[in-house]
Each structure stands twice: as C-alpha cells, then as structure tokens.
Design a binder for this molecule. Structure first.
Ligand SMILES: [Zn+2]
Length: 276
C-alpha cells in the first residue's frame, strides 16, 4: 500500500517536472521523455525505415522535397527566435527524404526527421501543396504531439517512465510508430486528436506562409485528400489526420492570420502555384 502511494507521488512529480510550454500555443504540455533522450531513439528508428525503403535521390522530386523541407525548417527557426524561443531546435537534426512507395502518406519524426512517399505527390499537385503537408507534419513534431499521446497513455497505465524508451524489439518499434503516426505496414495507427489537428493546421499555415508558400492552398490540399478517400485505397495520411468539413473551414478562416504573420517577417508575396 505504502509502496503504491510512493509510486503515484513519483508519477505525479514526474508529470509536474515534465510539463513544458508549447511555444506556439502557450499551453502547458506533458513530456515524460526529454528531447535529449527521445531524439536518439527517433533517429535510430528513422534510419531503420530508410534502410528498409527505396529512397529516391538525385531526381527533381527528391530535390524539391529537400528544398521545401529546408524552407519550412528555416521558417520554424525564424519564428521561434523572434518569439523568444532561441535554442528550442538545438537538438533537431533536420532530414528530408522521398521514398518510392504508392502509400499516400508523409510524416515527421521527433527531431525533424521527415519522410514523403511518392504516392502523396499526385494529391499534393504542386510545390505549394508539398509545403502545406510539410508545414503540418513539422508542426506536429514541433508541438510534440506524438510524445503527448505517449505520455498520456503511459500515465493511464500507471507506468513511471524514467526517460528510457530504447527500442529493443519489433513490438517496441510498432508501439513507437503508433504513437508518432509513422510508417505504412505496422497495423493500426492512432489518429491525432481534433485539438492536435487544429494546432498543427494553425502552426503549419504560419510556417508555409513564412517560407513563401501561399497558405490558401492548404484548404485545397485537404479537400483533395478527402475527395480521394472514397476509393479502394483511402489516403493513409487520413487515418492519422482525420479531416472533415469543419476542419477545412477552420483552415480557410486562419489564412489571413498566416498571411499577416508572414508580413511581419517581410514576406509579402508567395511563390506561384504550378502543378507538377
Ligand atoms: Zn495532422
């Protein structure tokens, strides 16, 4: 009995200590695992995915993914620095890869490790569409949404997790992928909650606008994604990013905010939207 009490106090303490502020929303968020311990696991997992996949290199498309990724990460850095969060990205090691796979998906692992599948490019339609997806995925990673899912789950299970999430076997890998919404062949993905989706949409719009891409394209992109959900192979990305009419309306209503945010950083015009 006494032991149980000590454990629950310990868990509570850990939660209090592990709360940090989300720079984009000002809200307190849970992070049971510090970035310094989470990121090496993510990097190892990312390399594993790459080693098991057909990574596209040296093509116009793979170069475009890298270009958009760089512009989005520079935008994130500028925005964070201007808002008093210097050093927030210090443990990030950005990487942007295109994988030859018909799966309609893209994701960003903790620490800025990004994958696009070639299957999502026809729905992205243009570099601006890619930027909308990139901004949204990077936003999930910056706001640590995957980690919050994991933290909430562990607390529910009463597991006092002392920062160790080393991946030792396939089960651990599958669990990690579930929390972070990664991969295409590891079973059921956990959907992001509506509030996490709304946060990622808002942050994503700011990032793409700051990077010089027209944020109004984001709503069009998610409409195309929805339109593709009827067939035999609904976009994988919708299983982790549930979308609906009110979400798309919300994105549309936030476009003027993103445009004026970009203006503060001297961005007054956007790259023309040209289909591939
Ligand atoms: Zn999302």
């Amino acid at each position: 009995m006494k032991f149980k009490k000590i454990i629950s106090v310990f868990v509570l303490l850990l939660v209090v200590i592990a709360c940090s502020t989300n720079p984009f929303t000002g809200k307190q968020t849970m992070a049971l695992v510090p970035n310094s311990q989470l990121f090496p696991t993510a990097f190892q997992q990312y390399n594993q995915v790459l080693s098991e996949s057909k990574v596209v290199t040296g093509t116009a498309q793979s170069e475009m993914i890298k270009r958009v990724g760089q512009r989005i990460s520079v935008a994130a850095e500028r925005w964070l620095n201007a808002n008093g969060y210097q050093g927030y990205l210090k443990d990030y090691k950005w990487e942007y890869n295109l994988i030859d796979d018909k799966t309609v998906n893209a994701w960003c692992m903790p620490g800025g490790k990004i994958v696009f599948y070639t299957g999502i490019l026809p729905i992205a339609q243009s570099e601006t569409g890619v930027a909308a997806i990139m901004g949204h995925e990077v936003a999930h990673a910056l706001a640590n949404h995957g980690q919050q899912r994991m933290s909430a789950d562990y607390i529910q299970q009463g597991v006092a997790l002392a920062g160790n999430i080393a991946i030792q076997n396939d089960n651990d890998r599958a669990a990690f992928n579930q929390y972070y919404g990664i991969g295409s062949q590891v079973g059921v993905m956990l959907p992001f909650s509506r509030s996490h989706e709304a946060e990622a949409d808002k942050i994503g719009l700011i990032l793409m606008a700051l990077a010089g891409y027209n944020p109004s394209e984001a709503a069009e992109l998610w409409k195309r994604m929805e339109a593709n959900s009827g067939g035999n192979a609904p976009p994988e990305i919708l299983s982790t990013h549930p979308s609906n009419a009110s979400r798309i309306q919300n994105i549309q209503s936030l476009v003027p905010m993103a445009v004026s945010e970009a203006k503060k950083f001297g961005v007054t015009s956007f790259k023309p939207i040209t289909k591939f």
